[in-house]
Design a protein around this ligand. Structure first.
Ligand code: NAD
Length: 487
């Protein structure tokens, strides 16, 4: 066990679960144990929430510049020391993202989250509102309080740090929980945060345990004011229900089924390179990956040929090897789910033109590897067309009527991201107005950057954006102060 027996981080101390129970985190490629972590229960959540509440007046009482300075320092240290060494191999072993590809989002992206949040922490501005009477009004942004931060496994460091950094920038304290798959990553983040003595004890607490028990309890806990959640739409619904009786503020980033619409005048080489990258990066386990390709009939064959060439060149293998482009899927359960989608695509009459079978052989047998998979002849009644697959499966349709393709692209429950590919940027921007999504790209797809607010609408998100100044504001609430000028 590379990581040994790890402890949770509550109130600045390293602790076991109150029950003494633990669970093992596995290497997703070999099936070996990487380390054990505490199996938290309700008593541990109570302790962590109490610590975050006690730390709240201390941390929210720090000046904007003090909060900013610390976040900027964290960003530098993550990028230059801790991140480089610890994060890429852990991302590869825990969830299968090739180590050399994890560096960009999970080290540089996470460090960017600290740095941007640090910069914005200095500029949380309010308003002075003119009055016609003898009063003056001051509207300010104050911290939302104690936050439950619950994140998914697909880009653990980027997503954990995003929530921790934005909430700290706003002056909030928190309890963070990630999926059991990434429990070691979260405790490594705790190790990193514990190296900053300027961070008050209990300002961030990190616990490890299942979402169905501790996650739900965090969402319903009366000591929590705000829930910052990234994960599936189904879990988002459960969290909203759990949080409803105590009327918590919610920041929800959920699933997607993202259209990419290719016009005949698009730069096909670039479209293939960018969309192919986003489709197969992290084995397609990305909320913003293209979920539905609409390709104009005049360029369909050319696009497909280029796309298949791109996909066939990707090397699927051990994510610790520097030449691997794709690793295994994250778990047997998730593999079974993706294979069900592939099965349903075949049964419902889509044409499988690439991949679709589990890879076998000595390099693959202890993990769950699916190569790049491409379906054409897809129709809107198919499950693979309507639902989020979250795997390396591209779903392609041919179009020839602009109004109809825009109607189809809009007709989905999700509203995370979408892209239009055309040299006619004015047309793309005009058509983009008809897409109900949180983020929209022209000749690009799925930008996630610390400086750019990201998030969805409809079944893809509730309560706002993460990233940029907007992301910090999500962890604040407005407070109006009135002063009467007559003493
Ligand atoms: P998930 O919903 O299964 O789990 C997310 C987190 O919620 C985990 O920490 C889990 O332990 C916890 N959880 C599970 N059940 C819970 C409950 N009842 N109450 C409270 N917490 C609970 O999601 P996942 O499989 O880890 O991640 C994949 C999903 O995340 C995909 O749908 C993907 O699109 C989405 N995602 C969205 C974004 C975005 O920015 N919109 C980013 C990344 C991933």
């Amino acid at each position: 066990m590379i990581y040994g027996n790890m402890k949770m981080w509550i109130n600045g101390e390293w602790v076991n679960a109150e029950s003494g129970k633990t669970f093992a985190v596995k290497n997703v490629t070999t099936g070996e144990d990487l380390g054990t972590v505490p199996l938290a229960g309700k008593a541990d959540v109570d302790k962590a929430v109490a610590a975050a509440r006690a730390a709240f007046p201390v941390w929210s009482g720090r000046t904007a510049n003090q909060r900013s300075d610390l976040l900027l320092k964290m960003g530098e240290k993550l990028r230059n020391e801790f991140g480089k060494k610890e994060v890429p191999p852990l991302s590869a072993m825990e969830h299968g993202l090739p180590a050399h590809l994890a560096f960009g989002p999970d080290v540089m992206g996470a460090s960017g989250n600290f740095i941007q949040a640090g910069a914005y922490a200095r500029h949380i501005e309010g308003h002075y509102i003119p009055s016609s009477s003898d009063r003056m009004y001051m509207l300010e942004r104050v911290p939302a309080g104690v936050c439950a931060l619950i994140t998914p496994w697909n880009l653990p460091f980027f997503l954990m740090v995003q929530k921790v950094a934005l909430s700290l920038a706003a002056g909030c304290t928190s309890v963070l929980k990630v999926p059991s798959i990434n429990a070691i990553s979260s405790l490594k983040l705790a190790e990193f945060l514990s190296s900053f003595e300027e961070l008050p004890k209990g300002a961030v607490n990190i616990i490890t345990g299942p979402g169905s028990t501790v996650g739900t309890y965090m969402a319903e806990h009366p000591g929590i004011d705000c829930v910052g959640f990234t994960g599936s739409t189904e879990t988002g619904v459960e969290i909203m229900k759990a949080a409803a009786p105590t009327l918590k503020k919610l920041v929800m980033e959920l699933g997607g089924k993202n259209p990419a619409i290719i016009f005949p005048d698009a730069n096909l080489d670039r479209a293939v390179e960018v969309l192919g990258h986003h489709q197969f990066f992290n084995c397609g386990q990305a909320c913003g990956s293209p979920g539905r390709y609409y390709i104009h009939e005049d360029v369909f064959d050319e696009f497909l040929e280029k796309y298949l060439t791109h996909a066939k060149h990707l090397k699927v293998g051990d994510p610790l090897k520097p030449d691997s482009d794709m690793g295994p899927l994250v778990s047997k359960e998730h593999f079974d789910n993706v294979m069900k989608y592939i099965g349903s695509g075949k049964e419902q009459g889509a044409k499988l033109v690439l991949g679709g079978e589990r890879l076998t052989g000595p390099e693959y047998d202890n993990g769950y590897f699916i190569p790049p998979t491409v379906f054409t002849d897809v129709t809107p009644d198919m499950k693979i067309y309507r639902e989020e697959i979250f795997g390396p499966v591209a779903v392609m349709l041919k179009w020839n009527d602009e109004a109809e393709v825009m109607r189809l692209a809009e007709d989905n429950n999700y509203g995370l991201t979408a892209s239009i590919w055309s040299k006619n940027v004015a047309r793309a921007l005009t058509l983009g107005k008809g897409l109900t999504v949180g983020t929209f790209s022209v000749n690009s797809h799925n930008f996630i950057a610390a400086e750019a607010p990201w998030g969805g609408v409809k079944a893809s998100g509730v309560g706002g954006r993460e990233g940029g100044y907007q992301g910090v504001l999500e962890y604040t609430v407005q407070k109006m102060t009135t002063v009467c000028l007559i003493e």
